[in-house]
Design a binder for this molecule. Structure first.
Ligand code: 3PG
Length: 207
C-alpha cells in the first residue's frame, strides 16, 4: 500500500477543500488542480462534505482525494465508502488508531505532543499530521521531535500560511504542509476560482 507522502510526490502543499455543497466542492478542487496540484483533502465539516468528496472523485478522477477531520470509526467508514483515497484525522485514540491501520487506505493521524506520537508509533504509523501545528510548537517542535522519532514524517497543518510554510518545509521530517489559506471561504463565496488557482501555484513553489 502506498503511503500519503508517496501520494503527495511533487506536491508540497496539501490544500483543504471546505465544501458548502457538492457542486462548489468540485469547483474548488478543479481550481486547485488547475494550480498544478494532484491531491486535495476534503474536510468533513459541512453537511454536504461527504457528497462533495464523492462528487469530486467522479468529476475529477485523476485527482487523489483525502478525507479530513475524521473523528471516529463511523466517520472513517463513511469516508471510505465515499471513495476517500487517504484519511487525515485531527487527533488519535487507541480505538481510532486500531481502525485506521486496518482501513485499507493510507492514513495520517493527527498528533500534537510526544505522547500522541508514541501512541501512533505503537500502531505502526510513521506518517502523521501535526495539528494544530503553530499552536503545538511549530517548526521548532518538529525539529526537536525529529531527533527522537527519527523515522516519522509529518504534515503540519493549522496556522500554516504562505508566510511561514518555509520554516516547516526546510525540515527533513516534513513531507508537505496542509492548509486552508489557498482556498478561503471568501473566494469560494465570490466564485473566485482564479484566486484559488494562483494561491495553489504559489504555495507549491519551493519555499
Ligand atoms: C485542519 O483542518 O487541518 C486545520 O483546521 C487547518 O488549519 P488552517 O485553517 O489554519 O489552515
Amino acid at each position: 500500500m502506498k503511503n500519503v507522502s508517496t501520494l503527495m510526490e511533487g506536491q508540497i502543499i496539501l490544500p483543504l477543500v471546505q465544501a458548502p455543497s457538492a457542486e462548489l466542492g468540485i469547483e474548488i478542487a478543479r481550481a486547485m488542480q488547475a494550480g498544478g496540484l494532484h491531491s486535495v483533502e476534503v474536510v468533513l465539516r459541512t453537511p454536504e462534505s461527504l457528497a462533495a468528496l464523492a462528487a469530486i472523485k467522479k468529476a475529477l478522477p485523476e485527482l487523489s482525494v483525502g478525507a479530513g477531520t475524521i473523528l471516529n470509526v463511523e466517520m472513517l467508514k463513511q469516508a471510505i465508502d465515499a471513495g476517500a483515497d487517504y484519511i487525515v484525522t485531527p487527533a488519535v485514540t487507541p480505538k481510532l488508531l486500531e481502525a485506521l491501520v486496518s482501513c485499507g487506505v493510507p492514513v495520517i493521524p493527527g498528533v500534537s505532543k510526544p505522547s500522541d506520537i508514541a501512541l501512533a508509533y505503537e500502531y505502526g504509523v510513521r506518517e502523521m499530521k501535526l495539528f494544530p501545528a503553530e499552536l503545538s510548537g511549530g517548526a521548532a517542535f518538529l525539529k526537536a521531535i525529529g531527533a527522537v522519532f527519527q523515522d516519522v514524517k509529518f504534515c503540519p497543518t493549522g496556522g500554516v500560511s504562505e508566510a511561514n510554510r518555509g520554516n516547516y518545509l526546510a525540515l527533513n521530517n516534513v513531507f508537505t504542509v496542509g492548509g486552508s489559506w489557498v482556498a478561503t471561504n471568501e473566494w469560494v463565496a465570490q466564485g473566485n476560482w482564479a484566486a484559488i488557482t494562483e494561491a495553489c501555484k504559489a504555495a507549491n513553489l519551493p519555499a
